[in-house]
Structures are given as structure tokens and as C-alpha cells.
Ligand binder design. Sequence first.
Ligand SMILES: *Cc1c(COP(=O)(O)O)cnc(C)c1O
Length: 239
Amino acid sequence: MCLQAASTMLGSEPMNRDDPAQGLARVRLRIGAAARLAARPSSDITLVAVSKMQSADRIAAVLAEGQRHFGENRVQEALAKWPTLRERTPDVVLHLIGPLQTNKVRDALALFDVIETVDRPKLAQAIAKEMAESERRVPCFVEVNVGDEAQKAGVSPAELSQFLTLCRDELALPIAGLMCIPPIGEAAGPYFALLRKLAARHGLLQCSMGMSADFEDAIALGATSVRVGSGIFGERPGH
Ligand SMILES: *Cc1c(COP(=O)(O)O)cnc(C)c1O
């Protein structure tokens, strides 16, 4: 069965689109289907549930289904929600997926278990310094500006090699992989393929790519984690 038919079938099931537990079930099925099509074990793909702007209650509904990886894009917002949630589920794995200012590095490292947005030398240096002082090391991803967009965060593909040398050789940062947010309004596939190629070239095993609109494509092109928000929780408040 082709992927289109699979998602049409899943989409036609009578489900409440505003129930995060059902949204999660739907996304899990779609990840499984995309993994099968790509002949990959679905255990190779980590679902990061993007819970930015979601209330603690809605997050708790997803935690109750066994989901453990979550993504937040703002340090302050995550600090307000997660310490309490985490008391009940200490094995949660929090990913920072939004821009990080150097003055928030200390807070970020105290709270998050994965930093996906290492994107400039000053930030890499600040993270290395804080890791040394706090003796807490968490896996980091380098964010790549795959479309070379002027206003977008991330290291340009042309500068990635030099930036990785700084991160790994000079600062000894634990770089686990690469992350990208492709340009809006274009087919994402070529950008996912580019990220995968860059990761392979630099001996990095993990690629964080794919969101609600395109995570199946990302899985076909080698994503090891996908970041899905609205596909689970529905439209975010304020949209
Ligand atoms: C919000 C966000 C997502 C999730 O987006 P959806 O389209 O809601 O799935 C993924 N990655 C990043 C970096 C985000 O900021």
C-alpha cells in the first residue's frame, strides 16, 4: 500500500482531532508506516513531541501514553512547565529546539537533555564553558541552515566543516548529529537529503529533521528523529 493510501485510511478513522493522546497514536502509526516503506526499523526513529505553547494538562495526556521525548523552543517557557511535570515522570528527555541566547545557556543546560540548536561559535563556546563548570554534558546537534536563508539560524553548509572542527576538536562538545528546518514553501526532500549527506560526510549518526507536514519524507531520507507538534496536539493556541 502506498503511503498516501495509508494516511488517507488513518485520517478517515473517526478520531477526535483535539485529543493529544489520539493525535499521538495517529503520528505513531504514520511513523511506523513510513519506516516500513523505507525498510527501516521504527525503533531507529525517535519521535520528539513538540509541546511548545501546550498546557501541562495536554502534555500530561501524552506522557500518559508513554511518550518521553519532548521538544520546547523557549527556555523560559520550558522552565515554567517542565520541572513539575518531570517530578511525576523523571525519565522524560527534553530537547531544546529553538534559538539559544548565550545568557540562557546555564538555565538551558540545567533543564534540557539534548540541545539541538548549536549554531554559532559564541554559543558553542558558552556551552562548552558551562559544561565544564557544571560537569553536566548533554548531546548536542548542530543546526544547519540548509537553504542558506539570510534570516534563518544555523550554520551554512559551506561553513559546517570548520564549525564542526571548532565544536569537536577545540571545544570537545558532544556533537551527536545535525538538525535542520528547511525553507518554508518549498519541497523539503532535497534539504533532508542534503542534511543526511552532510551528517554522513562528517561521521555523525543522527539527523533531526521533519515536522508535522513532512516527517514521512524525512524518515524516507534518513531522519533519526522527527519533531512533531501540531500533528499530535492540533493547531497551537494563538494560530
Ligand atoms: C514548532 C516546531 C516544530 C513542530 O512543528 P509542527 O509543524 O507543529 O509539527 C518542529 N521543529 C521546530 C524547530 C519547531 O520550532
